[in-house]
Design a protein around this ligand. Structure first.
Ligand code: AVJ
Length: 315
């Protein structure tokens, strides 16, 4: 496919982000652009590699504590899921709810939302499902006719960790606005642990994460007519202790130039493009973060090795 297959607005936003990010001293590309169709499939593949513990660990925590999590949301809940709605985790929580009023998956990919809503409608035939196409990292309003008596929010996957502190606070405040006083928020967060385990999770032996990271350059070439020479770049996972984050970088292994739009960027050997940060928390840091956005930690669940936590917050 050489023809641009995303809408004009998206393409413009992508181009703007790429030109801006590659003009910085530390070149960067925002991680949201990793997830085109190919990137989303590669991420799915990552969740199945041995070294990538978060998905299977969170699923296990949800399964083992489903009844308690269901109780935390209470009766007749309107459950809003951010960035959602295909998988196993959603089904675990939906199955545990007592007489849910409505399920509201919010995602930027409208087609994907519709397909997954159809699948859920088959399994949960009594449940009202109201998908909303929106970018949950930006402000958006819920439909005004959505019932408001008991709202809950669900945000699995430790996606909060991809946001910087300011964006994370903004998201926590937005969700609080959506659920209102007394509402619950169940969120998955990845915990700090030994660096070896962390780095292996973002640099698997089979090279799936490497392919996921490099795909962003393929995407720039295809959608923005870029001229990146893929063999000049290699995947690297780094631990940034100050930010408490695993970072993905694309390291330039051989000096090169790449044109994007009207611009040409030069890459020196050894220089990197920072493509993603995945912050790791301990429960105390996380409590401080959520408190500053008006939430209180109600309860948390973890696995025997404390790799990952599912936390229930109350507004
Ligand atoms: C889906 C954003 C949570 O940060 O662990 C996986 C993305 N990046 N491997 C994560 C990802 C590289 C993942 N999140």
């Amino acid at each position: 496919m050489d023809i641009v297959d995303i809408d004009f607005g998206q393409r413009e936003a992508f181009l703007t982000d790429v030109l801006e990010g590659l003009s910085r001293k530390q070149k960067t590309l925002p991680s949201r652009w990793l997830y085109d169709d190919e990137g989303s499939e590669l991420f799915e593949a990552i969740t199945g590699v041995d070294e990538y513990y978060p998905t299977r660990t969170e699923t296990r925590i949800l399964n083992e504590n489903a009844a308690e999590i269901g109780t935390a949301f209470g009766k007749d809940v309107v459950l809003i899921e951010y960035g959602a709605g295909a998988g196993v985790k959603t089904e675990i929580v939906l199955s545990a709810l007592e007489t849910p009023e409505c399920y509201v998956p919010v995602d930027i990919a409208g087609d994907f939302l519709e397909t997954s809503a159809e699948r859920l409608r088959e399994r949960f035939s009594d449940l009202r499902i109201r998908p909303i196409t929106a970018d949950f990292t930006a402000d958006f309003d819920l439909p005004s006719d959505l019932p408001g008596d008991n709202r809950g929010a669900f945000f699995p996957g430790s996606t909060l960790g991809n946001l910087c502190r300011k964006e994370a606070r903004a998201l926590l405040s937005r969700v609080r606005g959506h659920v209102g006083p007394g509402g619950r928020f169940v969120i998955g967060i990845d915990l700090k642990k030994d660096i070896e385990t962390l780095l292996a999770a973002y640099d698997d032996k089979a090279g799936v994460t490497a392919a996921f990271n490099l795909n962003i350059l393929t995407r720039i070439n295809r959608e923005l007519g870029g001229s990146f020479d893929l063999p000049s770049f290699a995947h690297e996972a780094r631990w940034n202790s100050e930010a408490s984050a695993v970072e993905m970088h694309l390291v330039c292994v051989k000096s090169t130039r790449a044109a994007v739009g009207q611009r040409t960027f030069t890459f020196e050997g050894g220089e990197t493009i920072h493509t993603e940060s995945s912050r790791k928390y301990d429960l105390d840091d996380f409590a401080t973060l959520v408190n500053s956005s008006g939430w209180a930690v109600e309860k948390s669940w973890t696995d025997p090795r404390s790799l990952f936590a599912v936390v229930a917050l109350t507004a």
